[in-house]
Design a protein around this ligand. Sequence first.
Ligand code: PMP
Length: 437
Amino acid sequence: QRPADNAAPQAEEGPLYDASFETLPGFEELRFIRATGEALGIANPFFRPHEGRAGALSRIEGREVINFASYDYLGLNGHPQVSGAAREAMELYGTSVSASRVVAGERPIHRALEARLAALHGAEDAVVFVSGHAANVTTIGSLLGPDDVVFHDALIHNSVIVGAELARATRRSFPHNDFAALERMLASERASSPASARTRRALIVVEGLYSMDGDTPDLARLVALKQRFGAWLMVDEAHSVGVLGAKGRGIAEQAGLDPALVDIWMGTLSKSLASCGGYIAGPQALIDVLKTSAPGFVYSVGLPPAAAGAALAALDVLEREGERVAALRANSRHFLDAVQAAGFATGTAEGHAIIPVMVGDSLKAVLLSERLLAHGVNALPIIHPAVPHRSSRLRFFITAAHQRAQLDETVRLLTEAFDESSRFLAELGLGGEVDGE
Ligand code: PMP
């Protein structure tokens, strides 16, 4: 049938492209993962519903299980003083501050929290954002520009990469904790810049404790490098506040270094501090600039009062109950030793709250997590692309609230679940070797 001469070409030839969201690559991958899970009868381990407060114990599918999937390192989520402070702040200020603090104005609780966070890091001042992710993106995205360069550890959090890309800065990733490689990169970068371009800014970004591997960087070495090459040093303490150092003040305390040697401290309120929000602590000029030019602060709502109240109270408890940090350290060490004694590989984990149990293949990691849940333990698999191919793992977040008996029981159940998963995959003829290279 001949189309009318005046028909729109689109009507004649159909749409130029398929606009369905189902054609997105992310959806394709999801479909494949779901189909594989269904074919093998393995449930999706992600988005598991928790039916109450998830701490060292949690209720999943109506059963109480030992939980290793919470960043509540100090066991402060639901602590009466923390919840009470959140309620009080909400009663006083309501549930929202409705707009950016620039226009909607300050609540004294914001500045009180910022003063405490600054003190925690021995910094002049601090500023809080609605999340840790937002803090990294908007800080790096607004401090740097296309003429600048960001050097970051290969395992750095996504928010740092998004921030560097937003800044359109040159991004150079160095192998995990390989400071000789970083030194070579800094030297070649500086050598290739003409003297007139020495104002080009360089930012080195690392984490205080790495969330996939549970290891730490050599802070003294980083300080020496940043001083020698005239770079800024930024440390993301999302996982190290409340965890490292005798008082839980983070990696500077642990390393016995003056925190003022680090230019930019970043942290989140969502993990040890049992709240929600992110922050930057550092010199006054840095904080002043961020408060007037970082879009994620200027154009985004202030922290909800309840979140600020909870974090402030959590800082009080952290200071007053130093035994929580000690309990976390002892539990972490105990679990690391026990899991290694049972024959499991734990990569480069140092025994600070985050302990990966290396499995290798993604399918086996997912299956192991499912078998373990059936035995009453919740620990999530970390699979490609979050980690490289063949380095999938089960990740255990240890908290101060775990009991020794729970940790020992978990290692016993892990051994059983591991054998069961190996047998299951062997029967399928997979042997757990389905990951690509
Ligand atoms: N940095 C690191 C190292 C993190 O692990 C996370 C969150 N997992 C963030 C930043 C982001 O923090 P938030 O969850 O508060 O957005």
